[in-house]
Design a protein around this ligand. Structure first.
Ligand code: XMP
Ligand code: MG
Length: 185
């Protein structure tokens, strides 16, 4: 088995296999292709976590679209939201009157996306929607944020792989898994 595909020793449980992720992303791409036909949306990938998701998602979209990148940080190397969101890299594209799709790796408390939406709305895009690859299944925790596109719901545990990291590691895993708590405690 290739590295990234076999189960890493720090992974407690595989939640979504490489094959499952492919199916999940294909479905989102189909939906987006239908909803944005003839519109040329700008996909805003939230770095770094969403880079794998975005690369796969874009290739399942069959209508015209563009991509740009924004780097924001709310976590540092911790596994808990710090409550502080910083723009590390801004878009190069003007989004005024554009249809924007924010591609996010995982929606947890919603803090990161709330900040991002407010920031992008101030630039007067035609529309903003959210494509969240994963959403943490925690009732009430992120009620303010309603992603139009959700890949999969995951339990309230720290998950890595498919672009998601802990201290910059595990992004290369081709599946999504729960990290063993002893790795970060
Ligand atoms: P909030 O709480 O702002 O969090 O919705 C979203 C951002 O926090 C990171 N995050 C995680 N990263 N495993 C990760 O690797 C997780 O389980 C996890 N939960 C939240 C992520 O960067 C996301 O953009
Ligand atoms: Mg991270």
């Amino acid at each position: 088995m290739e590295q990234g595909t076999q189960q890493h020793p720090d992974i407690e449980k595989v939640l979504l296999t490489e094959q499952e992720m492919r199916g999940i992303v294909e479905k989102l791409g189909e939906q987006i292709s239908k909803d944005y036909a003839g519109k040329n949306p700008l996909i805003v990938a939230v770095l770094r976590g969403a880079f794998v998701f975005t690369a796969d998602l874009m290739r399942t979209i069959t209508t015209e679209c563009e991509v740009d990148f924004m780097a924001i940080s709310s976590y540092g190397d911790s596994v808990k939201s710090s409550g502080v969101v910083r723009i590390i890299k801004d878009l190069d594209t003007k989004i005024e009157d554009r249809d924007v799709i924010i591609a996010e790796d995982i929606l947890d408390t919603g803090l990161t996306l709330s900040y991002l939406i407010k920031n992008l709305e101030a630039r007067h895009p035609a529309s903003i929607s959210i494509a969240a690859c994963l959403v943490k299944d925690v009732k009430g925790k992120h009620s303010a944020i309603k992603p139009k596109y959700v890949g999969a719901y995951v339990p309230d545990a720290f998950v890595v792989g498919y672009g998601l990291d802990y201290a910059e590691k595990y992004r290369n895993l081709s599946y999504v898994g729960i990290l063993k708590p002893e790795v970060y405690s």
